[in-house]
Design a protein around this ligand. Structure first.
Ligand code: PLP
Length: 375
C-alpha cells in the first residue's frame, strides 16, 4: 500500500541518533540544528529519557482517562514549578500541538459563550478544525474548516484588535509569542500588554500559543514571560515529550472545568507522562535554559557578519537567519554536502535553527564554518 503523499522528502534516512547528532542508513553523521521541527528538547536518546521510558514501558504504558494516574499529577506539579505557572493555572493533557490549540479555543468559547477568534497574519496554529481556521494559510484550510468565524489582523496593530473586540462577539485572541512557521516575527511587549488589557476589559480569553516556543526554547520556560504578561490559556506541545507525542493546555483558574468539557483517549497516558516528566527533570537538572541563553548569544555573534545574512531573528534557540536570497538551495547544500539539518519557513529567505537545547558552541562552529564555505 502506498503512503498518502503529502510530504516533500529529503533523501536521508535517519536510523540512529544521540544528543544533537543523527546517523543515516549509510552511517553518515549529521548535525541536527532542526530537532525534527523543534521537537527534540533535551537531545536525542537522552539516557535519563530512555531509562524513564523503558521503565514505564515495562510497568504500564497506557490506560484510559477513566482511572487514577498519579503520573499526571507529578507531571503537572513539576510543570507548574519549573514554568512558574503552578499557582495560577490547571493542566489538561493531550497529544499534539493542534489538539492543544483546538482545546484552547473550545475552552475559551465554553467560558465566555462567544465564537469569533482573532488571529494574526503569518500565524500558524495547526491543521485541525479550529486550529487551522485561525492559521493564516488559505491553502491548508479545507472548505469544511472555512466557516469558523475568524478575523486575521496584522501583528502589532492593537487598535485593530480593539475595534474587533468592541463588536462584542469575540471569544479569544490567539497569538504566538514568536512566530515559528511564519518566519520568526514577534509581537512587541507594548502590543502584548495592550491586547492583554483590551481582552481583560472585555472578558475575551488571551491564548498564547507556546506549542513551539515553550519548554525553554526561548531561554525562558515560556516565551511570553519575556513580556511581563499573563495569558488565560497556554497551549504547548513540541518540546514537551522530546519526540514522544504529548501536548497540554494550561488553563487559568478563573475558568471552571466540568466533567465532559474536554476529553481524549491518548492524552496523559502513563508513557506520555513518563516522557514529559523526564524532559522537565533534565531541563531543570542540566540547567538547559541557561545553555539556551548562552548559545543563543554566541550564535548571534558568530553569524552577524556572514556574507548574505541580512538579519538574525528570534530568541533563545528559536532562531532565523534572513538572507538576501531564497534558502532552498542553501538548505540542500547544508544537508547533502555539509551534513547539517536546518529548517525553512513561509518566508522563503529565512533559514530556521531549532537545535536540541543542549547544543554546544562547537556544534555552532561547525554550522558557521559550513555557511562560510557555501555562501
Ligand atoms: N502551534 C504552533 C505555534 C506550531 O508551530 C505548530 C506546529 O508547527 C502547531 C501549533 C501544531 O502542532 P502539531 O503539528 O503538533 O499539531
Amino acid at each position: 500500500m502506498k503512503l498518502f503523499d503529502v510530504y516533500p522528502l529529503y533523501n536521508v534516512t535517519p536510523v540512529k541518533a544521540e544528543g544533537c547528532y543523527v546517523w543515516d542508513d549509510q552511517n553518515e553523521k549529521y548535525l541536527d540544528l532542526y530537532g525534527g521541527h523543534a521537537v527534540i528538547s533535551i537531545g536525542h536518546t537522552h539516557p535519563h529519557f530512555k531509562a524513564a521510558l523503558e521503565e514505564q514501558l515495562s510497568n504500564i504504558a497506557f490506560y484510559s482517562n477513566a482511572i487514577q494516574n498519579p503520573l499526571q499529577q507529578e507531571l503537572s506539579d513539576k510543570l507548574g514549578a519549573l514554568s512558574g505557572c503552578g499557582d495560577d493555572f490547571e493542566l489538561f493533557l493531550c497529544s499534539t500541538g493542534a489538539e492543544a490549540n483546538e482545546n484552547a479555543i473550545k475552552v475559551a468559547s465554553f467560558y465566555n459563550k462567544k465564537s469569533r477568534v482573532i488571529a494574526f497574519k503569518n500565524g500558524f496554529h495547526g491543521r485541525t478544525s479550529a486550529a487551522v481556521s485561525v492559521t493564516d494559510n488559505k491553502k491548508i484550510i479545507a472548505p469544511v474548516n472555512a466557516h469558523n468565524p475568524v478575523t486575521i489582523l496584522p501583528l502589532n496593530d492593537s487598535e485593530a484588535v480593539r475595534k474587533e473586540i468592541e463588536k462584542g462577539d469575540v471569544t479569544a485572541v490567539i497569538v504566538e509569542p514568536i512566530q515559528g512557521v511564519g518566519g520568526l516575527d514577534e509581537p512587541t511587549t507594548e502590543f502584548l500588554k495592550e491586547i492583554r488589557k483590551i481582552t481583560e476589559e472585555n472578558n475575551v480569553c488571551l491564548i498564547l500559543d507556546e506549542v513551539q516556543t515553550g519548554f525553554g526554547r526561548s531561554g525562558k520556560f515560556f516565551a511570553h514571560q519575556y513580556h511581563g504578561i499573563k495569558a488565560d490559556i497556554i497551549p504547548m506541545a513540541k518540546g514537551m515529550g522530546n519526540g514522544f507525542p504529548i501536548g497540554g493546555v494550561l488553563i487559568s483558574k478563573h475558568i471552571e472545568s466540568w466533567h465532559g468539557m474536554l476529553g481524549t483517549t491518548f492524552g496523559g497516558s502513563h508513557l506520555a507522562c513518563a516522557a514529559g516528566i523526564a524532559v522537565l527533570d533534565v531541563i531543570r537538572k542540566e540547567n538547559l535554559m541557561d545553555n539556551v541563553v548562552e548559545i543563543s548569544e554566541y550564535f548571534k555573534k558568530e553569524v552577524a557578519n556572514l556574507p548574505g545574512v541580512k538579519k538574525v531573528k528570534g530568541k533563545g534557540l528559536m532562531l532565523g537567519l534572513e538572507f538576501d536570497f531564497e534558502v532552498g538551495d542553501l538548505r540542500k547544500k547544508l544537508i547533502y554536502d555539509e551534513k547539517i539539518f536546518t529548517g525553512g519557513a513561509m518566508n522563503k529567505k529565512l533559514l530556521r535553527i531549532l537545535p536540541p537545547l543542549n547544543v554546544t558552541q562547537q556544534d555552532i562552529d561547525l554550522f558557521v564554518q559550513a555557511l562560510k564555505k557555501i555562501v
